[in-house]
Design a protein around this ligand. Structure first.
Ligand SMILES: [Zn+2]
Length: 198
């Protein structure tokens, strides 16, 4: 193996490890207050089918999905569209296909930038799904995540990549979109102490 090949292989291994963490945050059950809760992907799948809030008005026969339903539908169709290129069978489960990308053997050494593109896409799905699952007011925190030390992540918006803070807080806790760390409100004091010590 030449030096270039070795470097390519190392870059690929690191990129696949990052993708594995992002896919894990999207597909694995979330821990909240020590209890497992459905994964972000499961929440997206469920909520895209949610009927709009029931109303007695006459427009109810028209499709008038709630914002949650529409955002979920959008994420769902992006995921399905993205994994379709990998499918060998039309009925393959998108989650299984996504998970299949987290094995180094699925890639060639020269595929590193493609793997990193997948990382960005999955991280963006995580962030948007989290906003659906926890729709209450969420504030961004401009500080380094105490767990992974990430300060900002890229967010794809209107065809542009913009940087946004990795940490955000809401009444249900603080979350890092980069590593998936979660702090319950009871841990805020600890978190603030860490952030102040930066
Ligand atoms: Zn983090």
């Amino acid at each position: 193996m030449t030096e270039t090949n070795t470097a390519d292989a190392e870059n690929l291994t690191a990129a696949v490890a990052e993708l594995d963490r992002a896919v894990g945050r999207f597909l694995s059950p979330r821990m909240a207050e020590g209890r497992p809760e459905p994964s972000l992907w499961a929440e997206v799948c469920r909520r895209r089918l949610e009927p709009p809030p029931s109303s007695g008005n006459r427009a109810v026969h028209r499709f008038s999905g709630s914002p949650v339903c529409l955002s979920s539908l959008q994420i769902h169709s992006e995921v399905v569209g993205a994994v379709r290129q990998l499918a060998t069978d039309r009925d393959d489960d998108p989650a299984v296909l996504l998970d299949s990308l987290t094995r180094t053997s699925a890639w060639r050494p020269q595929d590193t930038s493609t793997v990193l593109d997948w990382c960005e896409a999955v991280t963006d799905w995580c962030r948007r799904a989290l906003a659906i699952v926890e729709p209450e007011r969420r504030m961004e925190v401009r500080a380094r995540c105490p767990a992974c030390e990430t300060r900002t992540v890229y967010r794809h918006k209107d065809g542009e990549d913009i940087r946004v803070p990795a940490l955000s807080v809401s009444v249900s806790g603080a979350d890092c979109i980069a590593c998936g760390a979660h702090w319950s409100p009871a841990q805020f004091g600890l978190l603030i102490a860490v952030l102040e010590g930066e």
